[in-house]
Ligand binder design. Structure first.
Ligand code: NDP
Length: 300
């Protein structure tokens, strides 16, 4: 048996570096648009309440906008804002011509129906890609959604930019949520992969995962996918972002994925780290969707 140091290790897919490349590409396109039309893309970032995690995601997104030259419109609403007031704000943003994308940071407070709010965002500005019409079109052959959801789109982009063929390959998606698992499986199907979905009722997930050339893990279960579940040479994209206790850290916790990285990186061909894999791509895809939305309106 090979000793640990002799074992081959996977190529790490550096999501941070790939996202930076994409942000550079976006920045140069924004600058060309600005010269050509005298306008830049605009993104409204709406946050309700004071959740620490949401605030840090929103501030990351606003900073990323500034870096590439997209104008961000900050809408900060108090926790107790009513559903009708929030809907009225969304309608105002829908009508505002210098805004090409609207992002409502989730989760919303319990008294607000998220589904209703997401359905109020104009489909032309649905840069998160969560509008039922966009998801519906994604599910149908021959239809093209106006926007793809950012995290799933980021997963596909990571595979593409790492030179991993999806066509004809066996892919497994662990998780079937509306925001990650389901749309990423639909995107893999569009790429001509043969897709299996694993969820909390799946019997023997390890055997399904072990047969797969591509694994997208989005279950939100820390290190549930063991190295022995991975097919040698497989490409593993770990969406999972789970906080686990770590008394050695100042914060008292650290983030880990759904895949046992240490074990899996000895078996896989390619693997994303957590953090530094899918996370930065989600923000880059949000910027890309905003740019594409703006281009469509500028070119009309
Ligand atoms: P959800 O909780 O909405 O969905 C989890 C899915 O995983 C469900 O479909 C559930 O199955 C399935 N699941 C849960 N436990 C198991 C299990 N033991 N075996 C198999 N399937 C299981 O989560 P999200 O889709 O919102 O997020 C998934 C993960 O991705 C989280 O860790 C989240 O933090 C992370 N994330 C990361 C992003 C990024 O940018 N990096 C963006 C979005 C999410 P069932 O349907 O049967 O309940």
């Amino acid at each position: 048996m090979a000793s640990e140091s002799e074992q081959k290790s996977a190529t790490i897919i550096d999501g941070k570096a790939i996202a930076q490349t994409i942000r550079n590409e976006i920045a140069s396109e924004v600058s060309i648009l600005s010269q050509k039309y005298g306008k830049v893309p605009g993104l409204a970032v709406v946050i309700v309440g004071n959740r620490k995690d949401s605030q840090s995601y929103v501030s990351m997104k606003r900073k990323a906008c500034a870096e590439v030259g997209i104008k961000s419109f900050d809408v900060d609403l108090p926790e107790q804002v009513s559903e009708s007031e929030l809907i009225a704000r969304v309608h105002e943003l829908n009508a505002q011509q210098d805004i090409h994308g609207i992002l409502v940071q989730l989760p919303l407070p319990k008294h607000i129906n998220e589904e209703k709010i997401l359905g109020e965002i104009s489909i032309e500005k649905d840069v998160d890609g969560f509008h039922p019409l966009n998801i519906g079109k994604l599910a149908m052959k021959g239809r093209n959604p106006l926007f793809l959801p950012c995290t799933p789109k980021g997963c596909i982009e990571l595979l593409r930019r790492s030179g991993i063929t999806m066509k004809g390959k066996k892919a497994v998606v662990v998780g079937r949520s509306n925001i990650v698992g389901l749309p990423v499986s639909l995107l893999l199907l569009k790429e001509d992969a043969t897709v299996t979905m694993v969820h909390s009722h799946t019997i023997d997930p390890e055997n399904i995962i072990r047969e797969s050339d591509i694994v997208i893990a989005a279950a939100g279960q820390a290190a549930m996918i063991k190295g022995s579940w991975i097919k040698p040479g497989a490409a593993v994209i770990d969406v999972g972002t789970n906080a686990v206790d770590d008394p050695t850290r100042k914060t008292g916790y650290r983030l880990v994925g759904d895949v046992d990285f240490k074990e899996a990186s000895k078996v896989a061909g390619f693997i994303t780290p957590v953090p530094g894999g899918v996370g930065p791509m989600t923000v880059a895809m949000l910027l890309k969707n905003t740019l594409d939305g703006a281009k469509k309106t500028f070119e009309q």
